[in-house]
Design a binder for this molecule. Structure first.
Ligand SMILES: Nc1ncnc2c1ncn2[C@@H]1O[C@H](COP(=O)(O)OP(=O)(O)OP(=O)(O)O)[C@@H](O)[C@H]1O
Ligand SMILES: [Mg+2]
Length: 316
């Protein structure tokens, strides 16, 4: 169990974290999510004491992280960074075995463990054990980073935006692997991301952080069903696609027409989702609808989606 008790981190005049308290349970896949600069990395690094709180405490199994043996703590914690963070002059096998070597595992046992995990990650050991980091794609390097973090069967794995530099396909594959591995191992994962879709997809529970403060803590379903404040609601709006039709109208699509001309059209609410309209269009592809006194056509929908894709907003 990891407990943050009223932790504050000051950098000069700025508070990166403000009196933040939360508890992460054993075996949870816990996600810290929030926009850039909200304090996620700072919070994560307090767990393995790469950052020391200005005030407050971090406890692991009731023990203050400030008091524990640092080498011991880091040897028994897996850490995955945004870019594989592999040593360029060492092979995949050497990179992945660093923690095992520090723990005194004999060469043969190290080799077997790493080969087993590479297979698990869909990397053929015969091909990859001897490769250098420069011979890996971004996704492969991330997989090796995960192998390194898991090799010593740590009780705790910290991951800081491990998939943010990957293409959507590799990202989805690795998310699926993380979910599988987490199910198999009785390991606590603390996963940092700024991507709310990723957070919803992976988390047992998640903490939404903004400006160094905890906004909400809960399961994805709890948070989507009842956002604690406007910040959380806006942050997850994109995932929920609520107010979707309102956003289509706000983007300038749809026409005001006399109500008499819309009498027979299905009426939708501002707050309806894209899924509700899409269901109707599956049955009646040409069907126009009315929303808040405006007429929307299927072409409006297509054009709105296209405008989002150009702006890159839709993402994966
Ligand atoms: N070593 C440092 N010195 C000064 N300020 C820092 C330091 N590290 C972080 N900060 C500041 O603390 C705040 C929180 O930073 P942090 O790295 O925790 O954010 P983050 O949520 O991980 O952001 P991102 O998603 O961009 O990685 C930011 O305003 C940042 O500028
Ligand atoms: Mg960060």
């Amino acid at each position: 169990m990891i407990e943050f008790k009223q932790v504050t981190k000051e950098y000069g005049q700025e508070d990166a974290l403000k009196h933040l308290s939360l508890t992460i349970g054993d075996g949870e896949l816990f996600v810290l999510v929030g926009p850039s600069g909200s304090g996620k990395t700072t919070l994560l690094k307090m767990i393995n004491r790469l950052v020391v709180p200005t005030s407050g405490q971090v406890l692991i199994d009731q023990e203050d992280v400030a008091q524990v043996d640092l080498e011991d703590l880091r040897r028994h914690t897996g850490y995955v960074l945004q870019t594989g963070a592999l040593f360029p002059n060492m092979t995949v096998e050497q990179n992945a075995g660093i923690q095992l070597e520090a723990l005194g595992w004999p060469a043969e046992k190290r080799h077997a463990r790493i080969a087993e995990l590479l297979k698990r990650m869909d990397l053929d050991p015969a091909l990859f054990l001897k490769r250098m980091p420069s011979e890996l794609s971004g996704g492969e390097a991330q997989r090796v980073g995960i192998v390194r973090a898991l090799a010593a069967k740590p009780k705790l794995v910290l991951m800081d935006e491990p998939f943010s530099a990957l293409d959507p396909l590799s990202k989805r594959q690795l998310q699926a692997l993380i979910l599988q591995l987490h199910q198999e191992l009785a390991t606590t994962f603390v996963f940092v991301t700024h991507d709310m879709r990723e957070a919803i997809h992976l988390a047992d529970r998640l903490a939404v952080i903004h400006d160094g403060e905890l906004q909400q803590l809960g399961t994805p379903a709890e948070i989507l069903a009842a956002p604690a404040n406007d910040f959380v609601r806006d942050f997850f709006d994109d995932v929920q696609q609520t107010q979707f039709l309102q956003r289509v109208l706000a983007a300038g699509f749809g026409q005001k027409v006399p109500t008499t001309e819309m009498q027979n059209l299905p009426a939708f609410k501002n707050s309806d989702t894209i899924y509700q309209w899409a269901q109707l269009l599956q049955k009646q592809p040409q069907q126009n609808i009315q929303v808040a006194g405006c007429l929307l056509t299927p072409l409006d929908l297509v054009n709105y989606m296209a405008s989002l894709n150009q702006g890159g907003e839709q993402g994966a």
